[in-house]
Ligand binder design. Sequence first.
Ligand SMILES: CC(C)(COP(=O)(O)OP(=O)(O)OC[C@H]1O[C@@H](n2cnc3c(N)ncnc32)[C@H](O)[C@@H]1OP(=O)(O)O)[C@@H](O)C(=O)NCCC(=O)NCCS
Length: 170
Amino acid sequence: MPGQLRIAPATIERLASLPSWFSTPEALAQWGGSGLSFPLDTDQIEAMLAETRTSPPLRLAFVGLIEGETVAHAQVALDWTDGVARLARFVVSPAHRGQGLARPFLADVFARLDAVGDFPRLELNVYTFNTSAIALYESLGFVREGIRRSSVKVGNARWDTAIYAIIRER
Ligand SMILES: CC(C)(COP(=O)(O)OP(=O)(O)OC[C@H]1O[C@@H](n2cnc3c(N)ncnc32)[C@H](O)[C@@H]1OP(=O)(O)O)[C@@H](O)C(=O)NCCC(=O)NCCS
């Protein structure tokens, strides 16, 4: 029986295992986009976390912990001008997938987002082949708004990006 999931701010120490979750350039790009270099390293993680320390923060970054072990990670990019928050770089550790952690973790992430400010539009990008993530997002009420065809180059492949959003009443 797994222990209780709790959410905490992401730190470089809490993300020490994150690079090992992505075993190929494609897996890294599926999670973090084509702008990252494989393998993920501390410098790239630190650059993401630096955006959480601006004032106001440009990004929120969280980990899901079970008994002190990092089992999930997500970031939320914040557009304060327009009140748009973009869920990004969401992942559950390979060893913990398929155990129902994604929804409770995201619920905690969205609660933390609401504590930070008013973001009526919550959006995300997901590659169209990522059927498990798409099933999850659609089950949470995200609505597909369109597809940016052939928008990302990974190796010799080009991927289509689906844009999803929820317009939230508060
Ligand atoms: C997407 C991801 C976060 C889901 O995490 P998870 O812990 O496996 O998900 P859960 O076990 O909590 O399942 C939640 C829902 O996700 C969907 N899902 C998860 N695994 C699935 C699979 N193999 N096939 C289809 N749907 C799946 C289902 O809707 C599921 O709900 P259900 O069990 O009620 O049907 C995980 O697969 C992952 O980390 N993928 C790699 C990184 C990534 O692609 N991130 C998304 C970037 S946009």
